[in-house]
Design a protein around this ligand. Structure first.
Ligand code: GLC
Ligand code: MG
Length: 258
């Protein structure tokens, strides 16, 4: 980044938002790099992946270099220079630890039929993640888990995120991609003219709820499309999928020339 404020902050999800259309992704990466070099763009990757998988993706999947990485569904924030072994931003971690107990979060999942825990690397002190696609009625299971949290009087401490008909995350109420971006803007004292978010699934929802300029790619999951159908018309619904849709949205918002 050069000195001064960027005109735009783009916070983009990775999987099925940037990935999935390799040629379009390559074109987008070139465009984003030029904007960053000119000091006009601050790029944050905002993802469910862990940091190591983001960094590997830059090498192996043509993902763009970024100015920040928000990983594990907004429970960890990293700033450059990135290294796989680095610790997440302590100020964010401290804030999230205040009212989250992994042990209590696990009690909300007890006895849910068909639930399978995700691999250990996706289960961290601040994120409990499971698969629900083998549950007889996944949506009803999500509802039941939310109800248990409410009944425990813990709705102020935990949030449940449901994505892609498969992934269930319990994270601190103060976490999530939207809250993490807000924190990052404050932390770095960024005051761009516009924050633009981009995503495709349930764990991206909080970004669209918090920021008014969003790009929903054409291949988005129903839980994200619903935002637009609910009358929130400030977001841009791309006609094209993945990176092609992100490029289309960036043209719509005037970041890229049309
Ligand atoms: C990513 C994470 C996974 C999470 C999912 C939805 O795939 O690896 O743990 O459940 O995003 O948020
Ligand atoms: Mg995604």
């Amino acid at each position: 980044m050069s000195v001064g404020q960027p005109t735009w902050v783009l916070a983009s999800d990775i999987d099925n938002t940037l990935t999935g259309a390799r040629a379009a992704l390559r074109a987008l990466v070139t465009e984003l790099a030029a904007l960053r070099r000119a000091g006009k763009l601050f790029l944050a990757l905002s993802t469910g992946r862990r940091l190591g998988q983001v960094l590997a993706g830059v090498d192996e999947e043509d993902l763009p270099q970024s100015d920040a990485v928000i990983s594990q569904v907004g429970t960890e924030i990293y700033l450059p220079p990135f290294k796989e072994s680095m610790a997440p931003l302590p100020a964010w971690e401290r804030r999230l630890r205040r009212s989250f107990s992994r042990q209590q979060a696990l009690t909300f999942l007890q006895g849910i039929d068909g639930l399978q825990m995700q691999p250990e690397m996706y289960n961290t002190p601040l994120k409990v993640s499971a698969f629900l696609d083998q549950a007889p009625r996944p949506e009803a299971a999500v509802k039941a888990i939310r109800q248990r949290i409410k009944e425990a009087g813990a709705a102020g401490s935990y949030q449940v995120i449901w994505s892609s008909g498969r992934d269930l995350d319990i994270i601190p109420a103060a976490a999530g991609k939207g809250n993490a971006i807000r924190f990052l803007l404050d932390h770095l004292q960024l005051e761009p003219q516009m924050v633009i978010v981009a995503g495709d699934s349930g764990n991206d929802r909080s970004m669209f709820e918090m920021f008014e300029h969003g790009i929903i790619v054409a291949n988005a999951q129903p839980e994200l499309r619903a935002l637009r159908q609910n009358g929130r018309s400030t977001h841009y619904m791309a006609r094209r999928p993945s990176a092609a849709g992100v490029r289309e949205g960036l043209r719509h918002f005037g970041v890229l020339d049309s």
